[in-house]
Unconditional design. Structure first.
Length: 134
């Protein structure tokens, strides 16, 4: 008997609901300060401070000086989270969904691999705004 997720099941696995159609999800032009850590395309570890260009429930877009590869995992820490002390800044894991070279570095889009209330709290006010872009 085949069950969902069994070795012999030929049904494609679905991604968790938080990831499905993340590229078509509403994005909000909200800039907040983040620190991105990971491994660049040459396998060297880096940590770089930057700002988001836009954000959604499932991820964000930002610019880096270091090139990263699609499919790799980066850790993102909110540098100035609202209503949190400096010692409780959350660090979350994200998968790189797309990368494109630009004049001054790389545009990187990522989606969350973990759920976090802190992530949503950072742009909750923008989501409620009637002028938010989608």
């Amino acid at each position: 008997m085949l069950t969902p997720g069994s070795q012999n099941d030929r049904t494609p696995l679905t991604r968790p609901a938080a990831i499905v159609d993340s590229r078509s999800e509403a994005r909000y032009p909200f800039e907040f300060s983040i620190e991105v850590s990971g491994f660049d395309h040459a396998g060297r570890f880096f940590t770089e401070g930057t700002f988001t260009v836009d954000a959604s429930f499932c991820g964000c877009r930002f610019h880096l000086r270091n090139p990263v590869e699609k499919g790799t995992v980066v850790a993102i820490r909110l540098l100035k989270p609202r209503n949190r002390s400096e010692t409780h800044r959350p660090t979350l894991l994200f998968r790189v969904a797309h990368v494109s070279q630009e004049k001054r570095g790389w545009a990187v889009g990522v989606w969350k691999l973990q759920s976090s209330e802190a992530w949503l709290a950072e742009f909750a006010d923008v989501i409620k705004s009637p002028n938010a872009k989608s």
